[in-house]
Every structure is written in C-alpha cells, then in structure tokens.
Ligand binder design. Structure first.
Ligand code: N7H
Length: 457
C-alpha cells in the first residue's frame, strides 16, 4: 500500500471542505513542514484538522531554495505554464498578470468549512513565515450553495469520475480503471522515471493549476438560443439536451450514454452505475459479428467533454492509463446575479479553480488539452474526422468552433451508419468560448518527508 502518512491530502482524496483558498506567493521558506496535512490525517475524523493545508512549489520556488529542478525530469514543469500558453490553446493576453512569466514561487491550498478558519490559519502561516512570504495572488474558491453543492458553475455535477489508484483505492467502482500509482506519484510503480527521480521527489505529484473563467449567462443564452429536437421536445428540454450533449452528462451527473433522452437523477447519484459505460454500442441490426460492436455518437457525441478527456473504449478494449489525471477542482466566484442573468452578460468573475495531479505534466494535463481537447480530429479513426474541439473547454484561439455530432435529431448523426456522408448543416457552431483561461502555473506538491528534505536544502 501507499504511505498515506507521507502523501499530501489533496492529491488522492481532496480535502473534504467547502471552502478553499489558493494563496500564491513568492519567497517561500522552510518553516512550513509541520503545517502540512497528509492523506491519512484527512481520512480520519479524529485527525482531520479544522483547516487543512497543502503546499506546492513552482520551478522558480524550488530553484530559489537551491534545488536542481532538472533532476525532476519534467520539462513542462521547468519551463512553467506561461511558456506553454500557446501550445495549450491559451491567449496569453487574457492571463491574469499574476501568472504571466515565472514569478510565482509556490501556492498554499487552505481548506476549511468557513472563511474565518481559513483566514486564521493564513494569519498563523504569515506570522510564522514573516516577511519571507510575499502575496502575489489569491483565489477564494468554495462549493456552490444549497442544492448546487458539488456542481460547477454551468450547473453540472462534478467530481464523479476519478481513476482508481493501486495501493490506495479499496473499492474499485464499475467504470473506474485501476491505474498504477506512478501515473500520479513520482517514484512509484508505473512511473517511467521511477529509478531516476531524486529522493526528495518520491511520493510527490505535479499539480497543474488553472484559473478557468466561466461565462455562465452567455453559456445559458447559447443553450436557450439553440434548442435541439424542435417539434419533438419543448424548447427547455431541447436546451437542456444540448448542454448535456456538450458535457456528456446531465446536470445531475447521469451519463447521456446511459440516459440519452432525459436526465435521470437517480442514476446520476448512484456511484455504482453513474460511471459504468464504455461508449460501446451493440448493434442488433448487424449480422456480421465483426461489426457487431462499434462506436458511434448516437448516445454520446465524440466531442463531448467527458469523451474527449477520457475516451474509454474508443481507443481500444483495454484502457491505457498513461494519460490519467486526478482532478481536485473547485468553483470560485459568486452565483450569477439577476442583473447578469437578465443581460446575458458576465460582470462578476467566476469559474473553476482547476487542479489536476499527475506524475508527468506532458502525459497528463498538457496531453489532454493539446492532443485530445483541442484536436478537431480526436477521437481518431472515426468515419467523421471533423469532430471538432471539446465544446466546453476546447478553444480555437477564441474563434468560432464547428462541432459535429451534438444534435442527435439531424439525419444521420451517426456517420458510421451512413458511409461518412455528413450533412455540414448538422454541425453546431459555437461562436465564442464559454470557458476562458486566465492562466495558471505548474507546481510540485512534495511528500511530507520530501518537504522536510526541501526545507533542509
Ligand atoms: Fe472537466 N463541466 O462542468 O463541464 N468535467 N471541466 N476538465 N473533466 C468533467 O466525471 C468541466 C477540465 C476532465 O473520467 C465533468 O467528474 C468544466 C479541464 C476529465 O469520464 C464535468 C471545466 C480538463 C474528466 C466537467 C472543466 C478536464 C472531466 C463530469 C472548466 C483537463 C473525467 C463530472 C471550467 C484538461 C472524464 C465528472 C471521465 C469531467 C466540466 C475543465 C478534464 C461536468 C466546466 C481543463 C479527465
């Protein structure tokens, strides 16, 4: 089993709190070791702190401490996220200045049930570290209120599908794939650089942080203006269906592959069923066993966010776990105001404080964003090779996006069934991005003992 006393809490489990502050700083020093919350601490009610603290360093931060960051073996980390902006489809002009360049040294993740607790803990940290900490940016995040808890700002249930981790996950749920721990934790089994990681890096993980603004009133207006299934569905149902086809799940979390026509909240809430699908479509019409099982987009578009980011069976019968990430994102910003809803225009910044953990940034976040999400031909090998980008987070430099397969009512949405004769009119055109990257940084979240070594460096 993994040494969960040694692994920071947010990586494998998240921190189980409603509020979370991301505190970005410069000039990080050593007296922080005792403040950090481990996975085992967060897992037991007895040891769970009032405010959990995790910490991660950027390349700049580790260099300032005097460590050889090239030894970590991750060129994306060493270069920093700003230098990847073009590659991952971001417009650097839209980045928050805090993230441009490589000035951030580290980030504290402070999680608790109240803001008062978080601010108390932050004050303690600042007192302990004194002038060695300079604030560069902070992002207050938190679960949305009432029944929206657990849902991101567009309204969809989040945090459903996560990889199972060998040596940690005790119950693998249907639809989960077990990955070796080295996909997420450096120096563990399955890490291709297992032997060459420096000892201080073992059991740490790369944390990719992204401040992803969501234009919620604009997104809702788009859905209202383009309902699917005219004549068959009410406009409300048609708009809800379009949103669900873009994500691949209904707002309740129910996967459209299993509930193609209407939301099914019971399915959405059932952890034994809500992730149990592989995008296989069994065809009863085909007499030829070789073509009996196939993949099409009748029940879920190829471009749907969850299919782009985890194509499951699309890539072959046994799922490759190399590009898996563990997500620990949380919404930031207030609820949409009546004035914003009425004017269909965002005036208050809100979105997702995106966090992913992986042992190799190029295989994890960067690969997903560049090679799958923003690649108009992915998933490959389909009759339709103009699938389009991911309609939720894909971007063509902010320009219009033409996406096929979203509308199940057009003739032949299923190109496999009609010899690739696609009606270009069937594409849905999205004129603007509803998720806008405000930037981010790559961090390294060391283990507890790794942090002691770093502090002693
Ligand atoms: Fe996504 N959304 O609300 O539409 N995401 N995501 N994501 N995402 C998922 O299964 C969303 C983003 C992944 O295993 C769900 O937990 C939004 C980035 C992956 O089936 C929902 C934003 C990246 C999965 C959303 C955003 C990913 C996933 C379904 C930005 C990586 C699991 C709930 C504002 C590059 C796929 C769930 C699987 C699921 C949404 C960002 C990746 C509802 C709004 C940047 C791997």
């Amino acid at each position: 089993p993994l040494d969960i006393d040694n692994i920071q809490a947010d990586i494998l489990t998240g921190m189980f709190k409603k509020k979370e502050l991301f505190f970005f700083l410069a000039k990080l020093v050593s007296d922080i070791v005792p403040l950090v919350t481990s996975t085992s601490e967060i897992l037991s009610v007895k040891t769970q702190p009032i405010t959990a603290v995790n910490i991660a360093f950027s390349n700049t931060g580790l260099l300032a401490i005097g460590l050889d960051t090239n030894a970590l073996g991750d060129s994306d980390f060493v270069a920093g996220q700003f230098s990847d902006a073009g590659q991952i489809g971001d417009d650097p002009c839209l980045w928050n200045p805090a993230f441009t360049g490589t000035k951030i040294h580290g980030v504290f993740l402070l999680a608790s049930d109240t803001l008062v607790n978080i601010h108390d803990q932050l004050a303690k940290i600042q007192t302990a570290l004194g002038s060695s900490v300079t604030e560069i940016h902070r992002l207050q995040a938190g679960a949305r209120p009432g029944p929206e808890e657990g849902h991101e700002h567009f309204g969809f249930m989040d945090g459903i599908s996560q990889p199972a981790v060998e040596g940690f996950t005790t119950l693998v749920l249907p639809g989960q794939t077990l990955a070796e721990p080295g996909v997420f934790l450096l120096g563990e089994r399955g890490d291709p650089f297992q032997e060459s990681r420096p000892s201080w890096a073992v059991d740490g993980s790369f944390l990719v942080f992204r401040q992803l603004q969501q234009l919620v009133p604009e997104f809702n207006k788009f859905l209202t203006d383009h309902p699917l299934g005219a004549g068959e569905l009410t406009p409300e149902q048609g708009s809800e269906l379009l949103g669900a086809r873009m994500v691949g799940r209904w707002k309740s979390g129910a996967p459209i592959f299993l509930a193609p026509t209407a939301d099914d909240p019971v399915l959405g809430a059932d952890r034994t069923r809500n992730n149990d699908f592989n995008f296989f479509v069994e065809s009863s019409e085909s007499p030829d066993p070789a073509t009996e099982i196939k993949f099409n987009q009748t029940r879920c578009p190829f471009s749907a966010h969850i299919r782009k980011t985890r194509p499951r069976g699309d890539l072959g019968p046994s799922e490759d776990t190399k590009n898996f990430i563990i997500r620990s994102s949380i919404p930031y910003g207030e609820e949409v105001t009546p004035a914003e809803a009425d004017s269909h225009t965002t005036s208050v910044d809100r979105g997702l404080a995106f966090v992913s953990y992986q042992a190799n940034i190029d295989n994890g976040f960067v690969f997903l964003q560049e090679s799958w999400v923003n690649n108009q031909r992915f998933p490959f090998g389909k009759v339709d090779n103009t699938i389009g980008v991911d309609p939720i987070i894909g971007s063509l430099e902010g320009g219009p996006k033409s996406i096929s397969g979203l509308d199940p009512f057009v003739p032949c949405p299923d190109l496999d069934d009609c010899d690739g004769q696609k009606d270009p009119e069937s594409d849905v055109i999205i004129q603007r991005d509803f998720v806008v990257s405000r930037g981010g940084e790559y961090f390294f979240a060391p283990s507890v003992t790794g942090l002691e070594d770093i502090a002693a460096a």
